[in-house]
Design a protein around this ligand. Structure first.
Ligand code: MG
Length: 344
C-alpha cells in the first residue's frame, strides 16, 4: 500500500477551556493508506497533549515506524497488520489511526459501511450532547438556549473552572427543565470538594458528573457519598479501571482505546464489570468522530455521547452535522464519504 502521513492544524472558533487547560488550535495527524486498486482508507491520530500526556510528535513517529509494514502489506490482513504495528509503537492514538484506516479501506473494498462490518443491523441514531464552550454566565446561557432550540436533550458543562454555580444556574434557566445537564470536572476536585460541589448543584438536576475526581479509589469513595451518577473518563485508562466497577459509568474514546476494535473490546470489558458505557471525542476531526459513530452503532451506548464537537471548529464545513440532538452513523462505504475534505 501507499502511505501518506500528514500533520495538520485546525483552529477552534473560540478557546475551549477546561480544568486541565485551554485549547485554541488542534493538531491532528492524518494517515492515508491506498491499495493497488486505488481504494483509500483514512485514519486520524488526535492526541490532546496537555490532557493525555501523548503528543502529536509521538503519534507521528509511531505511524512512521509502521511505514515499512504498510508498504509490504495489501491491507487485507487487518488484525495481523495491526498486531505487528503494535510491536512498533505503543502510542494508542497512532494505533487508532491505523485501525481506522484499515477499517475504512476494508469497508470501501467491500462496499459496506463499517458499522455493518461490525455486526450492527442498522445505523441507529446516536443521542449526543451539546458541549458548552463559554465560560461566562451569559455566554453559557446563550449556548444552552441554542442547544434547546436545536433539539438537543443534553448539554455538557465544564466545572472546576470558576463560577460553576452561577454558570450552571444560568444554563438551567436557559435550557429549561427537560434538558439533561452533564458536568465534567476533569478531575479538578478532591473527594471532599466534589461532595460539597455536587451537593450544591444537585437541586439543579444533574444527569451525571464526569471525572469529578481522579483515581479509582477516589471515584469509588465519592460514588458512595453522592446521589449524582459519577462517570470516569481520564481515570478509565488506569490499570484495572475497566475490570472492577467503581462508579456508574465510563466514558470511552476511540483514540485513547487504540481504535475501533479496541474500543469495542473496552466497552465489552466495562459492561461485564457492570458499568454503563458512552463515547466521547477529544476534539477529534471527522474521521475520529465517524469512527466513534460506527463503534456506537455496534455497542449502543447507554448514555448521551460527547461526539457533537466538530461545531467547535472554525471554518471548514462540518461533514457530520447533528440534527435534533442525534448523529447518524454514515451509510456510505467505509467510515463515510466526504470526511477527508475537512482536513485540506
Ligand atoms: Mg471528560
Amino acid at each position: 500500500m501507499n502511505v501518506r502521513i500528514q500533520v495538520m492544524r485546525a483552529r477552534l472558533r473560540a478557546p475551549f477551556d477546561s480544568a486541565w487547560g485551554s485549547v485554541t488550535e488542534r493538531e491532528l495527524v492524518l494517515l492515508e493508506l491506498e491499495d493497488d486498486d486505488g481504494n483509500r482508507g483514512l485514519g486520524e491520530a488526535a492526541p490532546l497533549a496537555g490532557y493525555e500526556g501523548v503528543g502529536i510528535d509521538d503519534s507521528r513517529l509511531g505511524l512512521e515506524r509502521c511505514q515499512e509494514l504498510f508498504a509490504r502489506s495489501d491491507g487485507a490482513d487487518r488484525g495481523d497488520l495491526l498486531a505487528r504495528c503494535g510491536e512498533q509503537t505503543v502510542v494508542p492514538h497512532a494505533l487508532a489511526a491505523i485501525d481506522e484506516a484499515l477499517w475504512d479501506l476494508a469497508g470501501r473494498r467491500a462496499g459496506e459501511p463499517v458499522w455493518r462490518m461490525l455486526g450492527a443491523a442498522q445505523p441507529q441514531p446516536i443521542d449526543v450532547n451539546w458541549t458548552i464552550a463559554s465560560t461566562d454566565r451569559a455566554g453559557a446561557a446563550r449556548e444552552a438556549g441554542s442547544a434547546r432550540s436545536a433539539g438537543y436533550r443534553c448539554v455538557k458543562v465544564k466545572v472546576g473552572i470558576g463560577d460553576d454555580a452561577g454558570r450552571l444556574a444560568a444554563v438551567r434557566a436557559a435550557a429549561g427543565p427537560a434538558m439533561a445537564i452533564r458536568l465534567d470536572a476533569n478531575g479538578a476536585w478532591s473527594v471532599g470538594e466534589a461532595v460539597a460541589a455536587l451537593r450544591a448543584f444537585e437541586p439543579l438536576g444533574i444527569e451525571l458528573c464526569e471525572e469529578p475526581v481522579h483515581g479509582l479509589e477516589a471515584a469509588a469513595e465519592l460514588s458512595a457519598l453522592t446521589r449524582i451518577p459519577v462517570a470516569i473518563d481520564e481515570t478509565s485508562q488506569l490499570d484495572g479501571a475497566l475490570e472492577q466497577r467503581v462508579c456508574r459509568a465510563v466514558c470511552l474514546k476511540v483514540g485513547r482505546s487504540g481504535g475501533i476494535s479496541a474500543t469495542i473490546a473496552d466497552a465489552r470489558r466495562a459492561r461485564d464489570a457492570g458499568y454503563q458505557v458512552y463515547l466521547a471525542s477529544a476534539l477529534d476531526g471527522p474521521v475520529g468522530i465517524a469512527a466513534a459513530l460506527h463503534v456506537a452503532a455496534a455497542i449502543r451506548p447507554d448514555r448521551f455521547c460527547g461526539l457533537a464537537t466538530l461545531g467547535l471548529f472554525a471554518g471548514a464545513d462540518n461533514p457530520l452535522p447533528p440534527r435534533d440532538g442525534v448523529l447518524v452513523p454514515p451509510t456510505s462505504p467505509g467510515l463515510g464519504a466526504g470526511l477527508g475534505a475537512w482536513y485540506s
